[in-house]
Design a protein around this ligand. Structure first.
Ligand code: OGA
Ligand code: FE2
Length: 561
């Protein structure tokens, strides 16, 4: 039952934007691991080259030293020297062959092997687009998780224990300049300013660097000018000119900024001195906590939830959330060993199963999926085709029924615990999100106003979603429900389950959800999209009734775990 699952289209705004094709190395730890090993091999090859070059130079040196001594002595008494037949012979030999040999040695190219290794490996190197993509991912993470440039530059991210890391993960002034330049080339002056300021700060703090502060100031004055901050632009330009009085553009800008500022002040004076400095900073929206969730744009809600800054349930609502041992109505397979189940949310009802997939099973699932991981696609209703999109950045693969006993065991477990028919479900999807990997808000079910994405499957809409967490994530990577404000943190070995459709078959719009960008770490999940067909007599006694299962153990999760 090889079925391509089709992803339901999400952001309306994204319907019309085209996706950019690049390698997305940074989204795949697997691929990046290969690059790391390639780089390691290249270093070995480079060292071999250095050794060969050193040994060549050593031979040349020895020759020079030998000849130096010899010629010095010979020159003192040339006739006496050449009066000895052996010396005469050796001079002939040296000049006729040995200097020729030396010439060959000097001309010998020791770099051939290394250069050919490099040329071969280069074909698989990231390109300009990959570098830009990685930079943009970093800037996106900076926004989503509201990180300041200093924390990023010092590698001080949430979830990272700096003391425990054996490697450097800090940025040099040059790295900051590079990131700023990429933001600049995207006309993103907000981030250009942040990163140029950081570069400058590091230079001011005395960092050894080949970076020219004047160059940084040049970008900086332009980016603040672009954001309407004339006075600041002027200040940076003056500073630049103190470093490089002859800087042509800066001299031109100085006059221009002064002129603009004078004009602006004049206009203000006429208006009766409104505003303080006449500049209008294009500020990013900084929503206060008091803003009602409902009135925030979805993107803001999403980012806020990702930061763990979601809506809190009222204590009354919270008091109705339980955890329990669950045997799905005395299911024979779970009667003796019921599973631990916890309410994550009430409406929609999201439940989490603990210790529901073992480390061994996870390892097997990952092993089966790894060679097949491909950039995840979404269904574009415009063209009816599957395409990649910036709002779904992950790698995924499908594990089919009977390909391995573990897959069957997992499918059976989902069937037993949900009480739903699994034969009509899509194959088990395995997804890997690298740093910056995410899936922006979407519904798993197909909506009425869309061409029926699941028509060809003939199994109806996606009635429910089962999602295994196959890794912990050091920071970021939560599954968040943007309509209701729920955030579910990945916990290795657990799974969450929710219904996407009401019993009537209508889509439940409160299930809109997203996978937050991974900030630090690597996220593995696998999911099963369960379909309507076959559930006609099953849903009644399945998980929707779950709250009435017993025994109920309110607020005792830590005892269960
Ligand atoms: C999905 C999805 C959530 C997650 O793949 O449809 O919503 O946390 N995933 O990975
Ligand atoms: Fe989803």
């Amino acid at each position: 039952m090889e079925r391509r699952a089709v992803c339901v289209l999400l952001w309306i705004s994204c319907l019309f934007c085209c996706s950019v094709a690049h390698n997305d190395f940074f989204t795949s730890i697997g691929q990046m691991t290969d690059l790391l090993f390639t780089e390691k091999d290249l270093v070995t090859s480079l060292k071999d080259y250095i050794r060969a070059e050193e040994s060549k130079l050593e031979q040349v040196k020895q020759w020079a030293e030998k000849l130096d001594t010899l010629t010095l002595t010979a020159a003192k008494d040339p006739e006496g020297f050449l009066g000895h037949p052996v010396n005469a012979f050796k001079l002939m030999k040296r000049l006729n062959t040995e200097w020729g040999d030396l010439e060959n040695l000097v001309l010998k190219d020791m770099s051939e092997r290394f250069i050919s290794n490099l040329t071969i490996q280069r074909q698989h190197f990231p390109n300009e687009e990959d570098q830009t993509g990685a930079a943009k991912a970093l800037l996106r993470l900076q926004d989503t998780y509201q990180l300041d440039t200093h924390s990023i530059s010092t590698g001080n991210l949430p979830g990272v224990d700096l003391g425990g890391l054996p490697f450097l993960n800090t940025m040099t002034a040059e790295d900051c300049l590079e990131l700023g330049k990429i933001a600049y080339s995207e006309s993103d002056y907000y981030h250009t300013e942040l990163w140029m300021v950081q570069a400058l700060r590091q230079l001011d703090e005395g960092e050894e660097s080949a970076v020219d502060a004047a160059n940084v100031l040049d970008y900086l004055s332009y980016s603040v000018y672009q954001q309407g901050e004339l006075e600041k632009a002027l200040e940076y330009t003056r500073r630049l000119l103190r470093l490089d009085a002859g800087h042509q553009r800066a001299n031109g800008n100085l006059k221009y900024f002064e002129f603009q500022l004078a004009k602006r002040r004049e206009a203000q004076a006429e208006e009766g001195g409104k505003g303080k400095d006449g500049t209008e900073r294009v500020k990013r929206e900084t929503e206060s906590k008091t803003v009602e969730n409902d009135f925030l744009p979805e993107k803001r809600k999403y980012e806020r939830l990702c930061r763990g800054d979601g809506l809190k349930m009222t204590p009354r609502r919270q008091s109705r959330m339980f955890c329990r041992y669950f045997d799905n109505n005395r299911h024979p397979r779970y009667l003796i060993g019921p599973v631990k189940q916890e309410d994550e949310w009430d409406r929609p009802n999201i439940v989490r199963f603990h210790d529901i997939i073992s480390d061994g099973e996870i390892a097997k699932v990952k092993q089966l999926a790894k060679p097949r991981l491909r950039r995840a696609t979404v269904h574009n209703p415009e063209t009816g085709e599957l395409t990649t999109a910036h709002y779904r950045v992950s790698k995924s693969a499908w594990l089919i029924e009977h390909e391995h006993p573990v897959v069957d065991r997992i499918n059976q477990r989902i069937e037993d615990l949900t009480g739903l028919e699994i034969g009509t479900a899509e194959d088990l999807q395995v997804a890997n999100y690298g740093v910056g990997g995410q899936y922006e808000p979407h519904y798993d079910f197909g909506r009425k106003d869309e061409p029926d994405a699941f028509e060809e499957l003939g199994t109806g809409n996606r009635i429910a979603t089962w999602l295994f967490y196959m890794s912990d994530v050091a920071a970021g990577g939560a599954t968040v429900f943007t309509e209701v404000g729920a955030a579910v943190r990945p916990m290795k070995g657990t799974a969450v389950f929710w219904y996407n459709l009401f019993p009537s078959g209508e889509g439940d719009y409160s299930t809109r959800h997203a996978a937050c960008p991974v900030l630090v770490g690597n996220k593995w999940v696998s999911n099963k999209w369960i379909h309507e067909r076959g559930q006609e007599f099953r849903r009644r006694c399945s998980l929707q009734e779950m709250d009435r299962q017993s025994p109920v153990l309110p607020h005792l999760l830590h005892h269960l775990l």
